[in-house]
Design a protein around this ligand. Sequence first.
Ligand SMILES: Cc1ncc(COP(=O)(O)O)c(C=O)c1O
Length: 457
Amino acid sequence: MEQRRISFSPPDITETEIAEVAEALRSGWITTGPRTKLLERRLAAYIETGETNIDCDTSKNTEKYSNRVVCLNSATAAEELNLRILGVGPGDEVIVPAYTYTASASSAIHCGAKVVFVDIQKDGDPVTHMPEMDYDKLEAAITEKTKAIVTVDLGGIVCDYDKVFEIVERKKHLFKPMESDGNPLNGLSSRIQKSIGRVAVLADCAHSLGASRIVAHTGEGVIEKQRKYCGAIADFTSFSFHAVKNFTTAEGGASTWVLSPSAYEGANKVTDEEIYHMYQLLSLHGQNKDALAKTKIGAWEYDIIGPWYKCNMTDIMAAIGLRQLDRYLGLLKRRKDIMAKYDAVSNQLGIKHLVHHTDYMDSSNHLYLIRVPGITVEQRNEIIEKIAEQGIATNVHYKPLPMMTAYKTIGWDIKDFPNTYDYYHNLITLPLHTLLSDEDVEYVCKVLKTVVKEVKD
Ligand SMILES: Cc1ncc(COP(=O)(O)O)c(C=O)c1O
């Protein structure tokens, strides 16, 4: 067998993205501007926040969709701004699965809150095998201090949001919304907390742009059962457009939100415009005029209304995203076809793998996790090394957070998360991306078969 070089997750960039970036550069507007605003509206249209009955190609008709999408420079920034808009800070607790990437937890720490880790279900969800939180343990972890739960749609598979919303509803009596101290951010956060009236559900959808699930609960409340895209389910959502993701803007991310109709009326009324505006302020120094507004002749003067952050998306990044979005449905389809080939070989070898599509859920096909039965951590690492010797890059998603120095220092111990450790110990993530040819996929399958047999026998 001739050796091939298989990268783990290179970006799929074509001449159309390159041409759009060149256009942005030539346009004279390279920071946050028209392309970023267009990408926000097109993403809103794609994930169906606001009006529905749309497809991916909304370039001609984006005005009618909501501006409930804010593009930023990363998912980490999106997660942090979601928490800050919600008013999470010192004295608050945020529940996070022990099985995730650091950004799901570190963003809460940046806000001064305490992270409370929860173990996953033994072997993950019974149908999809996704390492989803143990929902009994989640319910038990909610206290009077809990302000948010971070759910993680790992690999692109959508969590059981109905279950999560039912839990936060049941625990509603414990929730104490914050009072405003008069500053504009605080005032908005207090109204949002009062209108939500329970622990908020913050979805970490870093992997799951374009994934959907049939749900009966969203941030809107109980709804008629229907299929909803990630970004239109949880109270607040964060997406990642990092270079290794399905959909990329090199670095980048976005926030979205869903509030109940009652949040838009009454004494604690909010508007989408003020929420959108607060994201702009938080992501641009708290400056009340962005660069575009300041270009109007004579309109130089601005105010700083809070000592805030700098995490806006540039139009160069948005240019990549606009053209990626044109191609996105095709990219998802190719990933699905590759996964079908991986499924066949995994099934042959008796290897458990994520199930990305069911009758109630369609994943965004981001990561292909396999768990080789009956092996030790050392054997797992040996498999990874032997596969690498054949030129194939694999990965492990993830080394659990309680095993990481930063979280061990805070006092977390992996011994308290036995299901999380067990899930991790025999896990390998196979390369899954749209630059893989059919021959590459065949090669990965063949090498996997040989190496697993070699190490296990
Ligand atoms: C689950 C999860 N959340 C958040 C992030 C952070 O994304 P970003 O690099 O865009 O900040 C990642 C990045 O890989 C991730 O895997």
